[in-house]
Design a binder for this molecule. Sequence first.
Ligand code: GLA
Length: 666
Amino acid sequence: MPGLLYGGDYNPEQWPAGVQAEDAELMRRARVTTATVGVFAWSKLEPAPGRYDFGWLDEVLDRLAAHGVGVALATPTASPPPWFSLAHPEALPVDAGGVRLSHGSRDTYCASAPAYRTAARRIATALGEHYRGHPALAMWHVHNEYGTTCHCDLTAEAFRAWLRGRYHGLDELNDAWTTAFWGQHYTDWAQIRPPRRTQYLPNPAQVLDFRRFTSDELLAAYTEQRDVLRAATPGVPVTTNFVLGGWVPVDHARWAREVDLVAIDHYPSEPGMAAEEQAAFAADLARGWARQSPGGPHWLLMETAPNLIYTAGRMHTKEPGRMARQSLAAVARGSRGALFFQWRAPRGGAELFHSALVPHAGPDSRVYREAVALGETLDRIGETAAGTVAARVAIGYDEPSAWALQGAGLPSDRLDHAEEAQRAHRVLWRRGIGCDVIGVLDGLPAYRMLVLPGHYLMTDAQAGEVRAWVEAGGQLVVTYLTGIADEHARVRTGGYPGALRELLGIRVEEFHPLGPDDRVALVPATSGDLWPAASGGLWSEAVHLAGAHALLRYAGGVLDGLPAVTRHAAGDGMAYYVSTRLDPEAYGHLLATVAASAGAGPERSGLPSGVEAVRRQAGDRSWLFLLNHTGDEHDVPAAGVDLLTGAAVTDAIRLAAGGAAVIRET
Ligand code: GLA
């Protein structure tokens, strides 16, 4: 797959032949390289059990091949046909309240139902065999956005089998789940159920293990399709599109090892600059996952909306030029291209107003014209596909920690690991400091600086990795709620944060969570230290020094005079602790100072806020992506050739408002 991929989800089954013919022409005009086909087409591909109708899809693939468009061919298993659900009601998912859902939307399947798994394997096998060697076949796209949770009796059986693999007997499970609390002690495996809706608070370790089980069960459903496809079409990459969000019961860091290319779907949920920040976070997270993957460090933006940002019950239409700039921002961060949901806007169905490269208005539209221009742009910068992004800073983002902090019964109901990770990312992004967001802590030697924001769960092995890395010279920033619990969500006692207490040289005696409007004032611990006026929110705690030095102290209130931010030398490295949610200025100051001492400063210093500089490199070749997300012109230092215009750049380039440049550097 040389060059960059461009295109998106294509649903020809929704359209008559004339429109499909027009699609192929419009794709050629827009230089589309890739169409994702067949995602929800199961009922058309297998109209009755075991009876396949691939004729229409043959025509689609033949036509696309003739127009130079490669196909990411989907297995349609995210949307079982009506006949399947009627024949196998036990394969419909059951919610936490014990209610079995009905057919009528998508994702109406239970991954533990043998009938579903068999039917899914069968259609995947049929597709693999039928399209082996087809010239359009570029990639397999298994399923769509794995993420369905089921609580049925078949799931219960599978959950118990999974638990038997995880624990050496019931004693170990009872201990791990702290079942002595509220008399939940199990004396027989058969007594264990998925955490269905119950009287009051559920057991947090049971909930956490059920999420892990669901992730593994869905992964097994994915890998068995993948293996069938690999056997049928060796050499064709197989992947699935990861969906991001707190509800998703998938541990993507583990999944990344099983896909040939990490692919994500991303839809910002805020308009304005926040959308750029969210997109940058998602991209850096995808790249972090991709480092675990056979296809890494490249990854792919598989789906995003061409022309809308959906937020707070309203679709915001993107400003002219934004689709292209956001695509370049993804490519800058290592994406293998820019694919969209979707090619042509549907006339009906549940998502009839979701945006598309060919909107309801048709090709005579701003969006399609921008789509044509974007195709040309991606063509011009195709050489950048060879490059990778080298980050010296990492942020730890651990999905099981995020799940654990979603539980009830915690000291505050406003704790959110994903939000903590995004906050850390945002302050670095605003200062132009590039980073990977990493889901596992075993690749640390690649980084000079690591931020662990609310990494609530921590195993002894993870704590050991972090300690060894700091002692070898790493610069670590740990925030509140990191390393509090073990992998079973049991608190490590003796003073928080049990897993990292010694490394940080502190001991936290008790928490003082704050209300939504509470702020705590913070002052430099040593007069003359240069800090912006600092304050904290959300959280505070009673920190005692045990070898560390205070940098900021609480001023006023019950914690008056106690350390709020600390620093502790360990081996050749340094470990910082942040005990409250610092305001963005103070947090930015801290992270930028640590990054500077770690030799991990911004790609270009002094850029105006909202202007990004990101570098992709391959050996001695490098490309500097400059993205101006602001409404003003800006001059940015650069030297080389701007691939977008072909113009030579000697020492600076003027970026138009909302404009971009991709400089092949000299
Ligand atoms: C994801 C899904 C698509 C569609 C879009 C709409 O990308 O994969 O099928 O639902 O979201 O936002």
